[in-house]
Write a protein that binds this ligand. Structure first.
Ligand code: SAM
Length: 328
């Protein structure tokens, strides 16, 4: 077990936290929350940080927790924080736009560290990061989430794209909320251009999808091929396209605005999704879905057990609720 610090990507910290819980639970790792403050989560876990960094969408980086202290102690070089042997570099980062005198912290704390570890700013063995939030969390860098990899799959960079598609980091958050595990299949019954399937397949899960629009089906296949990813995608309505006994359903259905529901009332579309999910999900299966209102979370609770819901805001008149349900 080790204590890991997650530097979360804002502004939806609760969702970022839910994503981390989902990844750990799905992969059978223990996870005890040690503390949380704006943008920073500290968790005791046996999960290897590199594996988590390969999956998370809403985390910037993961550190091994060395200690939590305050600015005065850092500037005075009086934290008592110790590093394993090896050279070190100290970097200070502020969370949530806080005023910080980084130079003073680096000088004071760097001086303390240099008593036992030589300072090497070019190629340090230990990159030590001071994260200044409500208090100051100090950690040794474990890994950085690969934002470059995700940016290759941004909506605008896909060969077939539509503005209604989810960006990779939010698609990942939704997939990870569903507690995916190695060997399980993730199905998206409103797959569109494949934003969710691309991320799930990239994370190593088996994927399948369906959509009523043949252009979307073809575009989704093309996107998967472009990124060298495998997945079965077929044409069909949500009531027909979900395989029996499916492990996870992860989806972003139409909102009844630019994203088309072909004239069908969206409450009816969602009811059909929820009914089909309740019938076709395997035992202890999960449905992770984005709804444009809290009332649909209540609707979902009539079909499946509600687990959690997290609000995000697209613009003044569109909110998205990341909702998770379980089949008991
Ligand atoms: C919000 S978009 C999905 C976006 C998708 N996540 C992406 O990355 O492109 C909703 C999709 O649902 C499809 N759709 C609408 N009604 C449907 C239905 N009854 N059954 C299956 N798909 C449907 C639309 O063709 C559209 O592609």
């Amino acid at each position: 077990m080790h204590e890991l610090v997650f530097e979360l990507s804002g502004p939806y910290y609760e969702l970022a936290w839910a994503e981390i819980r989902g990844v750990m639970e799905g992969n059978g790792h223990g996870c005890r929350t040690v503390s949380y403050q704006e943008g920073l989560l500290i968790v005791e876990t046996d999960a290897p940080p590199e594996v988590l960094c390969g999956k998370l969408g809403l985390t910037h980086r993961i550190l091994y927790h060395l200690g939590t202290t305050d600015r005065e102690r850092l500037m005075a070089g009086d934290t008592g924080i110790k590093l394993p042997p090896g050279s070190a570099a100290v970097v200070t980062r502020r969370i949530g736009g806080r005023e910080v005198d980084s130079m003073e912290i680096n000088r004071g704390f760097g001086g303390e560290i240099s008593r036992d570890n030589p300072i090497d700013l070019e190629r340090p063995v230990h990159s030590v990061i001071v994260l200044v939030s409500e208090s100051c969390v100090v950690g040794r860098l474990a890994c950085v989430v690969d934002k470059k990899g995700m940016s290759r799959r941004l909506v605008k960079n896909r060969p077939y794209f539509s503005p209604v598609s989810l960006e990779p980091k939010y698609a990942r958050a939704l997939v990870n909320m569903a507690r995916p595990a190695k060997g399980l299949t993730i199905h998206d019954p409103f797959c569109g251009t494949g934003g969710i399937l691309l991320e799930a397949a990239e994370m190593g899960y088996k994927v399948s999808g369906g959509d009523t629009d043949p252009m979307m089906v073809e575009g989704c296949r093309r996107n998967l091929r472009t990124y060298n990813l495998q997945g079965n995608v077929w044409e069909g309505d949500v009531s027909q396209n979900i395989p029996e006994g499916i492990d996870r359903i992860v989806t972003d259905p139409p909102y009844g605005r630019s994203s088309s529901s072909r004239g069908e009332d969206i409450r009816t579309v969602y009811s059909r999704l929820l009914l089909t999910a309740s019938e076709r999900l395997g035992d202890k299966g999960y449905l992770a879905v984005i709804f444009p209102g809290k009332r649909y979370y209540r609707l979902g609770s009539e079909y499946l057990s509600p687990v959690e819901m997290h609000r995000t805001r697209v613009h003044s008149s569109l909110e998205r609720y990341f909702c998770l349900f379980r089949k008991e």
